[in-house]
Design a protein around this ligand. Structure first.
Ligand SMILES: Nc1ncnc2c1ncn2[C@@H]1O[C@H](COP(=O)(O)OP(=O)(O)OP(=O)(O)O)[C@@H](O)[C@H]1O
Length: 458
């Protein structure tokens, strides 16, 4: 459809150019003086076309940006409709959406106004030429410098040229709208991915899982001025569990993001089995890490499909493996009660499951590929006491033999960790086993445990 209208526009434009060329040639041939009079209007029209073309390109970009903003707004509000209802914000949201639509409408009006002025002026120029030619041609006829037949023929050619000019203006307008719209697309296409997914070394063997952060400096690209990690160093020993604790916003999740190579640090380095992560193929790396995030996101499909989503691309886990993972993550405990079992649909973003059920599905999804490294970012945070115990027991078994990075607030989840690293001001300030850290008088960990925010959740 787009291709058809594009080719039609282009062929209309080319036809108009050809007709203008032929018509102008015939006008010059019939009466060079009258052709010279007609040409007087060309600079004015060219000037208008340039100004209008620039304006249309700019306003089309603004218009498309506004549409994108409206779509984003609608998607976010519809996606979080429960929150909107909980806060009784329906009317405000409708009003805000109306406001945005109105802004888009105003931009549309501006574009239409510019189009009307441009087409009005080009039409005026065309009529002005016809009147000028009639007047000057009439004078030439009276002076016997031109025959009535030649004037009539000239008028006919001028008419063809005027019609073609109108067609060309239309094409020009569409062309500039297209250029304005495509500028956005080129901008997006030209953006280079800072961490290309399919580049870098792919080691032949499965990683041992020795992860090291060496004097890492990191700030998010959107906030380069506020450093999250400053001179951060930590070693994750293969087959052991390291828990990172710290105040909210201290950068615990950021460590997981660096380990997954979703970002590269600005200073220092992160390495896996002595290989700098900057040189490693991100896809290979992520295929070897299972991750359960703070707020698990499920897709709108069945529980089974959500769990299998965690398998490495191109691999289909066996039914036994799936059943094993479902048992280990305690997913079967609630799917057995559901009429469709594992084939139960979870709804958009998993909204038809409870927080704890979603978390267990997310744990099963992380484990299905049998990764050698696990990142558990508050993996048990959404579970009630009973499910937390069940899942924690399952996790205790599943973490055997894997390098685990646990980001936790709850003492119950880190008491058995092989080492606990306390993050403060972007670096590790204390490190050791639970009892060792509790033994440090006025230590940060002790303070964290004692503090209400930390202690109250145990
Ligand atoms: N995508 C992002 N862009 C910019 N800043 C970010 C981004 N993500 C996190 N931050 C900021 O980085 C800092 C560290 O965030 P992080 O999520 O690592 O903290 P955290 O210790 O895991 O917190 P919590 O325990 O509350 O989950 C915070 O100040 C946060 O506001």
């Amino acid at each position: 459809m787009v291709g058809t209208s594009l080719s039609q526009n282009v062929s209309d434009g080319l036809r108009s150019v050809a007709m203008i060329g032929v018509g102008t040639g015939m006008m010059i041939y019939t009466s060079p003086q009258l052709a010279a009079v007609s040409a007087l209007v060309v600079p004015a029209m060219a000037g208008m076309a340039i100004v209008y073309g620039r304006y249309v390109r700019r306003i089309t970009k603004v218009e498309l940006d506004k549409y994108a903003e409206i779509m984003k707004f609608a998607e976010e509000r519809f996606g979080n409709v429960k929150t909107v209802k909980t806060f009784c914000r329906e009317q405000q949201e409708v009003a805000a959406f109306d406001g945005k639509l109105d802004e888009a409408l105003q931009i549309g009006y501006k574009e239409t106004r510019a189009r009307a002025i441009f087409f009005g002026l080009t039409g005026f120029c065309g009529n002005f030429i016809i009147i000028s030619v009639l007047y000057y041609g009439g004078t030439l006829v009276l002076q016997d410098s031109l025959t009535i037949g030649a004037l009539t023929a000239f008028m006919l050619y001028a008419g063809y040229v005027a019609i073609s000019m109108n067609g060309l203006s239309n094409f020009y307008s569409q062309l500039n709208k297209g250029i304005g719209a495509s500028e956005r697309i080129w901008e997006i296409l030209d953006r280079e991915c800072s961490i290309p997914i399919d580049k870098g070394v792919v080691p032949l063997d499965k990683p041992l899982g020795e992860v090291g952060f060496q004097n890492v400096f990191f700030s998010f690209p959107t906030r380069p001025e506020s450093a999250v990690l400053t001179d951060f160093s930590l070693n994750l020993i293969p087959g052991t569990t390291t828990a990172v604790v710290g105040r909210s916003g201290s950068g615990k999740t950021t460590i997981a993001l660096l380990m997954l190579r979703l970002y590269d640090p600005q200073g220092g380095k992160v390495h896996l089995d002595s290989i700098d992560l900057r040189t490693v193929n991100p896809q290979w790396l992520r295929n070897n890490i299972g991750a359960v995030s703070q707020e698990p996101v499920l897709f709108s499909c069945s529980i089974r499909e959500n769990i299998l989503y965690g398998a490495n691309p191109g691999e289909t886990p066996s039914l036994e493996r799936l059943q094993q993972v479902v048992e280990d993550a305690n997913v079967s405990q609630f799917t057995d009660q559901l009429p469709d079992g594992l084939d139960t649909l979870v709804g958009q973003r998993g909204m038809m499951l409870s927080g704890g059920q979603k978390q267990r599905v997310a744990i099963a999804r992380a484990l299905i590929k049998n990764p050698s490294m696990l990142i558990l970012d508050e993996a048990t945070s959404a579970l009630d006491a009973v499910s937390e115990n069940l899942v924690q027991n399952a996790l205790d078994n599943l973490i055997q033999g894997r390098t685990v990075l646990t980001i936790a607030h709850r003492l119950s989840t880190i008491r058995n960790a092989d080492q606990i690293a306390v993050l403060s001001d972007g670096k590790i300030v204390e490190q050791g086993r639970y009892n060792e850290l509790m033994g440090i008088q006025e230590g940060v960990f002790r303070e964290l445990v004692a503090s209400q925010a930390f202690g109250s959740r145990n």
